[in-house]
Design a protein around this ligand. Structure first.
Ligand code: EPU
Length: 417
């Protein structure tokens, strides 16, 4: 397997262009299943999860064509209602086909995703919501089997504002008979991006971006041509790298509105953040101040930035507390960071960090995407050489991360395994 080798200690400087958002692209590509005819998507990131999504959609009978960052998908040929274990185990987000399959083919058989490195991650709320829309649901031999002659709109209250759960139910409800009200819906920008695409397809959705969404079912949807929004977590990762290496980085095509919580915390840590329309400039300060962080659903601080922000706190002056409230096991980077000299204590869902003057380079590995990104950041600021192993996870969610960091002045390279 490939690894990333970094010689740390260089301040990163320059401009970086952010790729399309993984977590927006996945549901949007899958929403093609709701239409007949070719949908065209541009600014699609070149990621392992996107490859997995293309395989998944082809396996269901959809037409898939790619050309650089453009992908065309035709849901019209969809004939297979089964998403196999082999496909779902590679990418949990495959569960997003459940809603569209039931809505269009009246039945679905989708492998249960199971837990992953960061938590148990049940899908009970996806299933409960789908049942409230009239689907019969059974769990058999590790698969969810769902069927419904006609989905019918209903009032659904989500116990937790689940992101993919909200997306799955939106995709089922747009073709259901009558009105669905989703209460305590997720408000993440990726949910809004999916709603925008569905509305362009002809869906009637109100309230996306708020916790109450109203969806009036329509009889059919038409294909669309859309561009994927920039990835706020990729942008956030580069922003933290500027603060961390006492550098000066400008994100050329960010969505500052999607990054308010991070911008606030970075400013408190001493970094200078300048926002202009789509550009976000982060200038690191010599003195990094300690800042407490608690992850929350959007617009709170994103769990997907927790590991990266922790690295900044590892070299801050003083003591900080980071609470992870979204996933029960999202501190897998901590033991690796400690091997690089970080002073972190964990108690339940809380990490207590005492800043150290410097991290020291080491060989490390992680079993999760954002944890891997945090180790890259740690390598960029550490004294000496770091080797980040199991780059597989990184390639699921960051496009050419080592090239982008190299363009900003990092001594970083990929070594083929
Ligand atoms: N949950 C339930 N039951 C459900 C669904 C969720 O208990 O039916 C719980 C989860 O176990 C978790 C919490 O609710 O404790 C929130 O999970 P959510 O469903 O919102 O997460 P997700 O939809 O599976 C998406 C992103 C994640 C991101 C989270 C939180 C995609 C494809 N994935 O996951 O992204 O961390 O929302 O913002 O959109 C990543 O990109 O690295 C990543 C993990």
């Amino acid at each position: 397997m490939d690894k990333i080798v970094i010689q740390g200690g260089r301040p990163l400087k320059g401009e970086v262009r952010i790729s399309g958002a993984k977590n927006a692209a996945l549901p949007i590509l899958i929403s093609s299943l709701l239409t007949d005819g070719w949908n065209t998507y541009s600014n699609v990131p070149d990621l392992r999860d996107i490859q997995s999504t293309k395989l998944l959609l082809s396996s269901l009978g959809a037409g898939v064509e790619s050309d650089g960052d453009r992908i065309k998908i035709n849901g019209g040929g969809m004939c297979n209602h089964e998403a196999s274990y082999d496909l779902v185990r590679k990418m949990r987000a495959s569960i997003l086909v459940l809603g569209p399959l039931v809505a269009r083919l009246k039945k679905a058989r989708v492998s249960l995703p199971g837990g992953c490195a960061i938590g148990a991650r049940p899908i009970n709320l996806h299933l409960k919501g789908l049942a409230q829309l009239g689907a019969a649901i059974e769990l058999k031999h590790g698969y969810v089997e769902a069927s419904a002659d006609h989905l019918k709109g209903n009032e659904i209250y989500l116990d937790i504002p689940t992101v993919t759960g909200t997306e799955n139910l939106m995709m089922a409800a747009v073709l259901a008979k009558g009105v669905t009200v989703l209460r305590n819906a997720a408000r993440e920008p990726e949910v809004v991006a999916l709603a925008d695409v569905l509305i362009k397809m002809g869906a009637k959705i109100e309230g996306a971006g708020t916790s109450v969404m109203t969806i009036e079912g329509v009889s059919s949807l038409k294909p669309v041509s859309v561009s994927i929004i920039p990835d706020r977590i990729e942008a956030g990762t580069f922003m933290v790298s500027a603060a961390l290496t006492r550098g000066d980085i400008t994100i050329l095509n960010g969505e500052p509105d999607h990054l308010e919580a991070l911008i606030h915390k970075l400013r408190l840590s001493g970094a200078q953040v300048t926002v202009e329309d789509k550009s976000i400039r982060v200038q690191g300060s010599n003195e990094i101040a300690s800042v407490d962080v608690k992850t929350l659903p959007y617009p709170g601080f994103p769990t997907d930035m927790q590991a990266q922000f922790m690295v900044l706190m590892c070299v801050a002056r003083g003591f900080s507390v980071i609470s992870e409230t979204i996933f029960e096991n999202r501190f897998i980077h901590v033991s690796e960071l400690k091997r690089m000299g970080a002073d972190i204590k964990i108690s339940g869902n809380t990490a207590m960090i005492t800043g150290v003057p410097a991290l020291s380079g080491a060989p490390v590995m992680a079993t999760d995407l954002r944890a891997s990104a945090s180790l890259i950041l740690a390598g960029l600021v550490a004294v000496g050489t770091s080797e980040i192993n199991r780059v597989y996870h990184l390639d699921r969610g960051y496009e050419s991360i080592e090239k982008k960091f190299a363009n900003l002045g990092a001594a970083i390279k990929r070594v083929k395994g």
